[in-house]
Every structure is written in structure tokens, then in C-alpha cells.
Design a protein around this ligand. Structure first.
Ligand SMILES: Cc1cc2nc3c(=O)[nH]c(=O)nc-3n(C[C@H](O)[C@H](O)[C@H](O)COP(=O)(O)O)c2cc1C
Length: 299
């Protein structure tokens, strides 16, 4: 089950997805960290963010919508309060960072260069630019510049998480790969909305939110398949993974590892169960390594 990405070894290809397991404090009660491939943290920003008002999650058919709004304590509190515990957890720590400008991402990467216990960085490039009112992560030129500048600022392995809210996700992946990303994480949530038909009000405070869970799995699989064919770096598949078979399908589509998000809301031991199911699937196919599945899609 071991996989190696950007020179880092992970015990399994099944990791937690950013924003769905905090910084590991709660999940430790449920999952043996040694059996987790990696703990990907909630996005951390330079300054603390309080996020959007409640309600900010709602269940939908085959998934959920959230508009958490990137709530976090900010990088300094993260380093003081969270990183020491993460460092003690016997799993890889992938620190997901988010900024409102390229300079924010560069500063965050520099700050994390100097501290111990960070195995990899994951850039969350799906942050709406408040001033311009658009999702800057959907602009390939912006992605190129951002990844280029962060790459120059850090020695850490760099995973770039891209948004599916674009008509050309492959261009975003190429922009990241051409500017020094070590892997592409795909996908983040899709923009969605839910309305209460009795009150006529949106069900989320922010009106729209990010859709995740099994409802997005086919969209995510298609994205992974297309990206894996277009870039030479590994792809980390994310979106609606609930079972070991789901994980296997992502590997077959071309992912080298996967992240599990919404499944944790239903079952906090999901990543461990999914890893056990994937191991069983590999045995049933007579395959020795998870990596034997990667990109095996028969088209
Ligand atoms: C409640 C919630 C919070 C999330 N917060 C973040 C975040 O802070 N940063 C990020 O990059 N992705 C965040 N995501 C997106 C997930 O990491 C993942 O990309 C997405 O949910 C698709 O995977 P899933 O269907 O397995 O949940 C969040 C998702 C959920 C459900």
C-alpha cells in the first residue's frame, strides 16, 4: 500500500481531504494515524478567519454543500498550537495553505519552510478574491504566476489543488505542472445551492456553497483521467470517495493517491476502512502494489 510522491513515502495512498479532519485532533480518537497515508490539514491563512455565519453546511442528494469560509486560526497560532501535535502523529503532515493574493501564498510557504514537521505543502487555489469578486484559481495565468512564485520560495514538496469551477481544468493543471508543482490535487468542491421551498430562503448563509460527496465522483474521475493524461507529475484524486472500490477507480483513472473528505462526516474511520477495502481489492486482482493500478484505464 506504500506510495511515493515527490520523494516522500506515504504508508497508504488513502489520505484525509483538507477541511474535513481539522488538524488531526479529533480524528486521532477514531483512526490509528499510522494507518493513514497522510493528514491533509484544513486550509491555513496568514491571518485568522472566522468564516461565514451559520448555517454553513447542508445535506443534499448524494452529498453536502458547505460554505465554511476557510475558518482557521491563522498561521502563527497554527504553528504554535497545532503543528507540535501533528508532528507527533505517526502520519505524514500535508499542510494546506490559502491566500487572498500570490504574496500571501509566498509568505505562508516561506514561514512553513522554517518549521519542523511539515512533510508537504498543498496550495488551495480555490479562494475567491474578495476585492475582484472572482475565483482567481480558475485563471491559468494567475495559477502559473502563483505556483512559480511559491516554488521559488520553498524547498518543500508542492501539491497544487485546483478548482473544478472552470471550463478547462486541464489548463489549470498544466499551468501548475509547468511552474514547478510536484503533484496536482483534484478536485475541490463544485459551486452549488440549496433552497428551502417553505421559506424561499437559501439554506446556506452565503447563498451558494461547495458541493462534495458521491454526487461529484463522476466529475472528479473525469478530471483525474484528463489531467493524468496531460501532465507528467502525479495526480491526487479527490471527490466522493466512500469505499475501497471508489479509491481503486481513481487509481485506475490515473491518480497515485486519493483523499477522503465527506465520507468522514458519516464515518470518521472511513480512510482506514477504505484502505483495508482497497488492499482486499488488490488481493482479489492478484496485484502486489496499489501503484500497479495507476493509470490502467482500458480506453
Ligand atoms: C466541510 C468542508 C470543508 C472543506 N474545507 C476545505 C479547505 O479548507 N480547503 C480545501 O482545500 N478544501 C476544502 N474542502 C474540500 C475537500 O478537501 C475536497 O476537495 C472536497 O470535499 C471533495 O472531496 P469529498 O467529496 O471526498 O468531500 C472542504 C470540504 C468540506 C466538505
Amino acid at each position: 500500500m506504500q506510495v511515493s510522491i515527490a520523494g516522500v513515502t506515504f504508508a497508504t495512498p488513502i489520505w484525509t481531504a483538507s477541511g474535513t479532519a481539522g488538524t488531526g485532533e479529533e480524528i486521532e480518537q477514531w483512526c490509528d494515524p499510522e494507518k493513514l497515508g497522510a493528514m491533509v490539514t484544513k486550509s491555513v491563512s496568514l491571518k485568522p478567519r472566522s468564516g461565514h455565519p451559520y448555517p454553513r453546511t447542508v445535506e443534499t442528494a448524494g452529498g453536502m454543500l458547505n460554505c465554511i469560509g476557510l475558518q482557521n486560526k491563522g498561521i502563527e497560532a497554527f504553528i504554535t498550537d497545532e503543528l507540535p501535535r501533528l508532528r507527533r502523529m505517526l502520519t505524514r503532515a500535508v499542510i494546506n495553505i490559502v491566500g487572498e493574493s500570490i504574496e500571501d501564498y509566498v509568505q505562508l510557504a516561506r514561514r512553513l519552510n522554517d518549521v519542523e514537521g511539515v512533510d508537504c505543502l498543498e496550495l488551495n487555489l480555490s479562494c475567491p478574491n474578495v476585492a475582484r469578486g472572482i475565483d482567481q484559481g480558475s485563471d491559468p495565468m494567475w495559477v502559473s504566476q502563483c505556483v512559480h512564485d511559491v516554488r521559488s520560495a520553498t524547498r518543500l514538496p508542492l501539491f497544487v489543488k485546483i478548482t473544478p469551477n472552470t471550463n478547462d481544468i486541464v489548463s489549470l493543471a498544466r499551468a501548475a505542472a509547468d511552474n514547478g508543482a510536484d503533484a496536482i490535487s483534484a478536485i475541490n468542491t463544485l459551486v452549488g445551492m440549496a433552497i428551502n421551498h417553505n421559506t424561499f430562503k437559501p439554506r446556506l448563509s452565503n447563498i451558494t456553497g461547495g458541493l462534495s460527496g458521491p454526487a461529484i465522483k463522476p466529475v472528479a474521475l473525469a478530471a483525474v483521467y484528463k489531467i493524468a493524461r496531460a501532465v507528467k507529475i502525479p495526480v491526487i484524486g479527490i471527490g466522493g470517495i466512500m469505499t475501497g472500490i471508489d479509491a481503486a477507480e481513481f487509481l485506475i483513472a490515473g491518480a497515485s493517491a486519493v483523499q477522503v473528505g465527506t465520507a468522514l462526516f458519516r464515518n470518521p474511520t472511513a480512510p482506514i476502512q477504505i484502505a483495508a477495502e482497497l488492499a482486499e481489492y488488490l488481493r482479489s486482482k492478484g496485484l502486489a502494489h496499489a501503484s500497479d493500478l495507476v493509470g490502467r484505464v482500458a480506453v
